[in-house]
Design a protein around this ligand. Structure first.
Ligand code: HEM
Ligand code: NAG
Length: 466
């Protein structure tokens, strides 16, 4: 290098350093000056919680979106928060900038489900759990339990015949049994009743005040939780003695090289039951409601399912449904998609900013909650024309990225979505081909909390098709 080029080089370096410092300063100062998103924070502390809970929460969100646009601030449950309802913002919070937003739940939920459950974590521990959960619920794994799910479905439907049933309650039993099957495999039936008894006591405390004094709901729940952990302990030690490999979720947790503690396993099994049961049961309940209200759609689903029975008879195949059969149900699958969209049973999810975040020219301060509003995206007329209308044919064209997220997106998206769709398809196969149902009572309202459900769980009467 000669002298002049050295001089030039040093000069260039100095200019570069100055420029860099200038830009850094510019960024940090604009960082401080960024405005908060529009909106009101309401009265201190009580905030807008009262408004949120005193009306259909979707009306609350929708009126805010109308007033302030797709990103606004508000105050709920004592926390300042930013609500977002555009596909781009949802992608930022859940996928692209996921590192900047951690999941967050009320403390009482964390104590019920167990602090080590997958939902509450980020980083290495979360990745490890997620790998283990996905391994148990991916198509290759659940392919093997289609016929077991089918027997559970047939038993359930048979037990409803001729009775007045509460659809949601009965669907909860079905989805609970399928969840246990996917967790414990065939061992499931041995522990079914004990696990069910404890879990049903536990869930009564989910939304109770977290006061751990004898006699309170919360106290009873915590006791049931301990008993659940004891039953799990028994199952674990039996499996360890037998030294057999299992293809279910428990097998996946136990087989991990890095080793999960019994407590971590218990927290995550209770967590998976929690995530799997009511969600899937409420989707099933909504499907029965929509099919009942749309006879032509029910007819189309029935014909699709009958065609599967016929094709199996013609080939002389065995009577059990196979994984491949469930992939030949496009009409029924679109009914599930449309139900997930219209009902949007998880209307939104919670995150918390782990540092000051800039988004779209706004500041989201560290510690603020961030809520992607799935339901508002699913009911945006620009994305889904005539959004309140139940019309499965709209899914003949695949939805655009981040406009349809019934199972979320990104690092915390639902690992159970394939299983959920599978158990719904299997139940609908038997229900539509052999039975018809009528809704009892004229109450067509919706009940809220924790998620939307037809009033009274949709009481129906089921009869064999003539
Ligand atoms: C139709 C039924 C279901 C719906 C609508 C649903 C929806 C969701 C959504 C939206 C999330 C993401 C929440 C967030 O990002 O904050 C999620 C997470 C999760 N779901 Fe589902 N789910 C369903 C069924 C199931 C089933 C059957 C299982 C288990 C077999 C399951 C297990 C989980 C777990 C473990 C997570 C947490 C994942 C993580 O934090 O990494 N879900 N679910
Ligand atoms: C999740 O986000 C990715 C990246 O933006 C996108 O490609 C994908 O389609 C999204 N998934 C859903 C269900 O929208």
């Amino acid at each position: 290098m000669d002298f002049t080029s050295m001089l030039l080089f040093s000069f260039a370096s100095i200019v570069f350093i100055f420029l860099f410092r200038f830009l850094l300063k510019l960024f940090s100062s604009t960082g401080r000056k960024l405005p908060l998103p529009p909106g009101t924070l309401g009265w201190p502390y009580i905030g807008e919680t009262f408004q949120l809970y005193s009306q259909n929460p979707n009306v609350f969100f929708a009126s805010k979106v109308r007033r302030y646009g797709s990103i606004f601030k508000t105050h709920i449950l004592g926390c300042p928060c930013v609500m977002i309802s555009s596909p781009e913002a949802a992608k930022f919070v859940l996928v692209k900038g996921a590192r900047l937003f951690k999941p967050t739940f009320p403390a009482s939920k964390e104590r019920m489900l167990g602090k080590q459950a997958i939902f509450f974590h980020q980083g290495d521990y979360h990745n490890k759990l997620r790998k283990l959960v996905l391994r148990a619920f991916m198509p290759e794994a659940i392919k093997n339990i289609v016929s077991d799910i089918e027997s559970i479905a047939k038993d359930s439907i048979q037990s409803w015949e001729g009775r007045l049933i509460n659809t949601f309650q009965e669907m909860k039993t079905y989805t609970f049994n399928v969840a246990l099957l996917s967790i414990f495999g065939k061992d499931e039936v041995l522990y079914r009743e004990d696990l069910k008894r404890c879990y049903y006591i536990l869930e009564k405390g989910y939304n109770s005040m977290p006061i751990n004094l004898p006699g309170t709901l919360f106290h009873k729940s915590m006791k049931a939780r301990k008993e659940l952990a004891q039953i799990l302990g028994k199952i674990l030690s039996t499996r360890r003695q037998m030294k057999l490999d299992h293809n279910d979720l428990l097998g996946s947790f136990m087989g991990d090289k890095e080793g999960l503690t019994d407590e971590q396993i218990a927290d995550n099994i209770i967590g998976v039951i929690f995530a799997a049961r009511d969600t899937t049961a409420s989707v099933l309940t909504w499907i029965l409601k929509y099919l009942g209200e749309n006879p032509s759609v029910l007819q189309a689903v029935t014909e699709e399912q009958e065609a599967i029975i016929r094709s199996k008879e013609e080939c002389g195949e065995e009577k059990f449904l196979s994984w491949a059969d469930t992939k030949r149900m496009p009409i029924t699958s679109r009914v599930i998609q449309e139900t997930l969209r219209v009902a949007s049973i998880l209307s939104f999810t919670f995150r918390e900013a782990v540092e000051d975040v800039e988004y779209d020219g706004y500041l989201i301060p560290k510690g603020w909650k961030v809520l992607p509003l799935f339901r508002n995206i699913h009911h945006n007329p620009e994305i889904f024309p005539d959004p309140e209308k139940f019309d499965p044919s709209r899914f003949e064209v695949a939805p655009k990225p981040n406009t349809f997220m019934p199972f979320g997106n990104g690092t915390h998206s639902c690992p159970g979505n394939e299983l959920a769709k599978l158990e719904v398809l299997v139940l609908l196969h038997h229900l539509t081909t052999k039975y018809r149902w009528t809704v009892v009572g004229t109450n067509s309202g919706i009940q809220y909390g924790p998620f939307a459900l037809p009033q009274n769980g949709l009481p129906i009467r089921l009869t064999q098709r003539s």
